[in-house]
Design a protein. Structure first.
Length: 178
């Protein structure tokens, strides 16, 4: 069995798209996923499956949520190895005192040709960013909510994505260990 991580976007935010994690764990296990664990309420799911196709897992999970809860959240599914590689590839892993100011945006597909100029033009002086494979890294020492890069990156790269702060990603990685 492979260990997978599903990163759901926009659940339990502002009273919308309510998705109780215990109910989600039960639902996913009833549909064949094994050893389902969640981290906090924002839709971070670790599970095991014999399925080797991430798109098939996205279809399964989003379909289950739609039938049971009445909405289809965008979902990015990555292997434990891909999550570990994203952490290892983070240019802001060292020297960051607060892991909540470093963010990883997981992209649904690779961006073949990225023009990051529009992001550079709105970057705060303290911010740094990098695009590596299917992960966009953003350092926001002044706060994520003040970042114009954070609000524009999806439009500029033109692919669906979901973001987590480094602290959450490290905790999800820990949860995914055997």
């Amino acid at each position: 069995m492979m260990t997978w991580i599903a990163l759901l976007r926009g659940v339990n935010v502002g009273g919308r798209n309510k998705l109780p994690m215990q109910a989600l764990r039960t639902l996913l296990e009833a549909h064949g996923l094994r050893n389902v664990r969640t981290y906090i309420q924002s839709g971070n799911v670790v599970f095991e499956s014999n399925e080797s196709n991430s798109e098939a897992l996205v279809t399964l999970i989003s379909g289950c949520i739609d039938v049971e809860f009445g909405f289809r959240p965008p979902i990015i599914v990555v292997t434990r190895d891909a999550l570990t590689a994203a952490i290892d590839g983070c240019p802001y892993l060292e020297g960051v005192e607060n892991p909540k100011v470093a963010h990883l945006f997981f992209l649904s597909t690779p961006v073949l040709e990225a023009d990051l100029g529009p992001l550079e033009s709105v970057r705060r002086p303290s911010e740094r960013f990098a695009l590596v494979g299917q992960v966009f890294y953003l350092l926001t020492p002044d706060g994520f909510n003040l970042s114009k890069v954070a609000t524009k990156v999806e439009r500029v790269l033109n692919v669906p994505m979901t973001a987590r702060n480094l602290r959450s990603v490290l905790m999800i990685a820990e949860l995914s260990k055997p």
